[in-house]
Each structure stands twice: as structure tokens, then as C-alpha cells.
Design a protein around this ligand. Structure first.
Ligand SMILES: [Zn+2]
Length: 238
């Protein structure tokens, strides 16, 4: 059994540990800022990839339309040439000239269209993947916002409750012991460590030597050799 004062200190330690947990959880809420920035970045990446895809795809469609118009124009020239209505050799020559120019343009465009067939699908795939990534990042941030709103209120209430219990309890512990405890806490956050049933330190896992166990059973204030925290042993009562 631990002494009554050590038991009170242990109670204080439990409050402090709970407060520490709350602080850590509150700090984890900063995570939201990171998630928001990740979502913004993912959105920007998608916007860029999507713009690239639409630009190329637009160019491809424009060229396809142009070639369709050229094909229509060629058809109408053919009709004119074979209609027998155009007899003037100069006019025929002009039409033939126009026709060969259009055919040349059509071939150039066709080559570019073929190149687009290679270029556009990967751009589309990249944009689709970026969209998925952005949606996932946005979802993560949105989920976090929902969670944070409820958790924040809960944490604040618990923090207030624990903080109000602390001063009265601290007053019941002698200045020497609490001074020591606070000094350890200032250094390593947690001031006290339970000795587990298999005689190890709960905080750092060190095995507690038999000699120390004897001192603990004798109600002495002993610190862990591994982590320098005040050890707490209930002799298997808890
Ligand atoms: Zn330890």
C-alpha cells in the first residue's frame, strides 16, 4: 500500500494526465489546418490538370471540325467540277488549285489530330486521377470539421472540470513532494508512473529492482531508474 499522501499525489497525477491528454487532443486539432491546406493544394492540382486536358481536347475538336468543313468544301468543289456547269478553263484551274490546297490542309490537320489521339487520353487520365485525389482530400477536411466541432466543446468542458479539481487536491500534498512532482512534470510532462503487476514502470517499461520494490512497500518516495518519475505501487490492490 502506498501512503495516504502518495495516494493523493496519485489522484493529482491522474488529473494531470487527463489534462495532458486533452491538451494533446486539442493539439491534434491543429491537424485541420494541415488537412485544409492539403485539400487546397489537391484542388489546385486538379484545376491545372483539368485545364490542360480541356485545352488539348478543345484543340482536337476544333481541328476535327475544321477537317469536317474541309471535307464538305471538297465535296462541293467535286460537284461543281463534275456538274459540267463550269467550263471556263481558268475557273476549272482555280477550283483544282483550291482543291489541292484544301487536301494539303486536311492532311496536315489529320496528322495533328492523330498526335492529339496520343496526347489527350493521358491528360484526361491525369485530370481524372487529380479529381479523385482532390475529392478525397476535401472529404477528409470536411469530416475533420464535423468531428472537431463536437470534440472541441467536449474537450473544453472536461478541461474546465479537471482544472477546477486540481488546486484543492494539490493543497493536500506536502510542499516537498509536490515540488518534486512538479519538477518532473515540467521536464517530462508526466510526473508519476504506476508499477504494473509484473513489476515494471508503466511509463518507460523498466523493470523495478527488488530493492526498490521493498522501498515502495515501505511507503518510501522512490523514482524510476529508467524515467526518473515518482513510482506508485499499490501492491496489487488496484
Ligand atoms: Zn520509468
Amino acid at each position: 500500500m502506498a501512503s495516504a499522501e502518495l495516494m493523493r499525489l496519485h489522484k493529482l497525477h491522474e488529473i494531470d494526465r487527463a489534462i495532458l491528454q486533452i491538451r494533446k487532443r486539442a493539439a491534434a486539432m491543429e491537424e485541420g489546418v494541415k488537412l485544409q491546406s492539403l485539400a487546397e493544394k489537391a484542388k489546385a492540382v486538379f484545376a491545372e490538370a483539368n485545364a490542360k486536358y480541356h485545352e488539348k481536347h478543345g484543340e482536337q475538336r476544333d481541328l476535327e471540325l475544321t477537317n469536317q468543313q474541309i471535307a464538305d468544301k471538297l465535296l462541293s468543289i467535286e460537284k461543281q467540277l463534275f456538274s459540267g456547269k463550269v467550263t471556263n478553263p481558268k475557273e476549272i484551274e482555280a477550283l483544282e488549285h483550291q482543291k489541292s490546297g484544301l487536301i494539303a490542309n486536311q492532311a496536315t490537320n489529320e496528322e495533328r489530330i492523330l498526335a492529339f489521339w496520343d496526347e489527350v487520353p493521358p491528360l484526361k487520365a491525369t485530370a481524372e486521377e487529380a479529381k479523385k485525389q482532390a475529392e478525397a482530400a476535401i472529404r477528409k477536411f470536411t469530416d475533420w470539421k464535423t468531428m472537431a466541432a463536437t470534440q472541441k466543446t467536449e474537450l473544453e468542458m472536461r478541461f474546465k472540470e479537471l482544472s477546477s479539481q486540481r488546486p484543492a487536491l494539490a493543497k493536500t500534498i506536502g510542499p516537498a513532494l509536490i515540488g518534486r512532482y512538479d519538477a518532473i512534470r515540467a521536464k517530462s510532462q508526466v510526473g508519476m508512473a504506476d508499477v504494473t503487476h509484473d513489476k515494471t514502470c508503466e511509463e518507460c517499461g523498466s523493470t523495478i529492482p527488488e530493492m526498490v520494490m521493498v522501498q515502495l512497500i515501505d511507503d518510501k518516495v522512490v523514482i524510476c531508474e529508467g524515467c526518473s518519475r515518482i513510482l506508485y505501487y499499490t501492491g496489487g490492490v488496484i
